[in-house]
Design a protein around this ligand. Structure first.
Ligand code: S3P
Length: 442
């Protein structure tokens, strides 16, 4: 893939039906859970992106065999105590925060130590959010300022913990649940609701998880050590990847798109709800349930003007990876002021996404106000871009890169986008799908 691309033309009207690759969160969870099962597990439509390949490499280094085929991937788990590796084995999570956080849970009781490292961007991120609960479990962790590389050694006597997870982070919750698999007593997590794929996988595998749902808080408990057998899973399409196409369609003239077989789990569909509140035309068709996950086809039509939004704070964790796209829609499709509060978590992603959004919108002539954890956008649906726009310095954040493509293809002007290879972490065929819709990308 080229590192720098140029886009000098808006995309022409399109009316297409597309397939999006497998969900990244579910693909990583499948790989990690399958590594703990007894016997062979098989995933169809596993996302073969760099983050998921890193997950496969990590379990490989920890002694688990796998087979990557074009249409499916097999993993040969050896049960909850099945990792086998030499002392001081280095595992590399690449760019994946999800993999790096979740793997702590699975290393709760390993006898040998592991050095966890990652790429330059992951090495700047803070791991205190998982180090704290894992130390409570009794895991031995050594790090400099909670950053990678981190040395992890298990404990022989995991302590069941009670933990309050206040960030709405699915990574933290899932890390604790993975550790709970290996803990004899009962663990309890009180948490702000966030994506619940781990819980749904546990339920599907008949593992003893209990969930008490409140409006803004949930209590999840898990008791005991229970082995489980290898399983088969067909990974549905990724809603976060689909969102680039949902927004491209909304922002383009006279266009329509049908996106097939997408995971529309309620904890992930904040973008659809927000865009609908703003008056966008989006429908879920052919709804069904697969192994506890909701699946549907998403149908979207272009919009003329949309309404601005005062985004309800409870939405934040349901739209955490789609904020950049929502900001773009508010900026260029709605007349009036849109407000987002308590979104400081965006500063802790692959890059500081709040800062990136602010710079991007200001570059195209949109007025914004930014604070430590809030963002206000003064939308202008009458933008007509003619200048040159260069996008670089985003710490190779795949989503920052892809949102720049959507802006370039829908707003006009001459764009140069750097570090395009970052897209491979989550959505390797993003550019070829855009080209199939008629996008001119050089
Ligand atoms: C993810 C959780 C979210 C999300 C990330 C994937 C997951 O992170 O931003 O892309 O698969 O659990 P947080 O847990 O930090 O909110």
């Amino acid at each position: 893939m080229k590192k720098i691309v140029q886009i000098n033309e808006k995309i022409k009207r399109f009316n297409k039906r597309i397939h999006i690759p497998g969900d990244k969160s579910l693909s990583i969870r499948f790989v990690l859970m399958a590594s703990q099962a007894i016997g062979k597990s098989v995933a169809y439509n596993l996302l073969y992106s760099e983050d998921v390949l890193s997950a496969l490499n990590v379990i490989g280094k920890l002694g688990i065999n796998f087979n990557i085929k074009r249409n499916y991937c097999e993993i040969y788990g050896k049960g909850l105590d099945g990792f086998s590796f030499k002392d001081n084995t280095t595992i590399n999570a690449g760019n994946s925060g999800t993999l790096a956080r979740l793997i702590f849970g699975l290393l709760l009781n390993t006898k040998k130590s592991v050095i966890l490292k990652g790429d330059e961007s992951l090495s700047k991120r803070d791991f205190s959010r998982v180090i704290k609960p894992m130390k409570n479990f009794g895991q031995n962790i050594k790090s400099k300022k909670n950053k990678l590389p981190i040395n992890i050694k298990g404990t022989n006597y995991p302590r069941p913990i009670n933990y309050f997870e206040a960030k709405g982070s699915a990574q933290v919750k899932s890390c604790i649940l993975f550790a709970a698999l290996k803990t004899a007593g009962e663990i309890k997590i009180k948490c702000i609701p966030s994506r619940n794929h781990t819980e749904k996988l546990f339920e599907y595998l008949k593992l003893p998880i209990k969930i008490k749902k409140g409006k803004n808080l949930e209590i999840i408990s898990y008791k005991g050590i229970k082995n489980f057998k290898g399983f088969k899973y067909k990974i549905p399409g990724d809603i976060s990847s689909s969102s680039f196409f949902i927004v491209l369609t909304l922002l383009s003239k006279n266009s329509k798109i049908l996106i097939k077989n997408i995971n529309v789990n309620k904890t992930r569909t904040g973008i659809i709800d927000i865009l609908k509140i703003m008056n966008a035309k989006i429908q879920l068709k052919n709804k069904r349930v697969y192994k506890g996950e909701n699946i549907a086809d998403i149908f979207v039509e272009s919009s003329k003007k949309l309404n601005p939004i005062n985004c309800p704070v409870e939405m934040n964790s349901r739209v955490i990876d789609e904020f950049l796209l929502i900001f773009l829609v508010c900026a260029v499709k709605s007349k009036g002021v849109s407000k987002f509060k308590k979104i400081g978590e965006l500063r802790n992603k692959e890059t500081d996404r709040l800062k990136f959004a602010d710079k991007l919108l200001k570059k195209i002539g949109i007025k914004t106000k930014i604070t430590k954890d809030s963002f206000t956008i003064y939308g202008n649906p009458n933008l007509n871009l003619k200048k040159k726009y260069e996008i670089k310095e985003f710490d190779k954040d795949h989503r920052a890169c892809m949102v720049s493509f959507i802006a370039a293809l829908s707003l006009g002007g001459n764009w140069i986008i750097h570090d395009v290879d970052s897209i491979k972490t989550s959505f390797p065929n993003f550019i070829s799908l855009l080209k199939n819709l008629g996008a001119k990308i050089n």
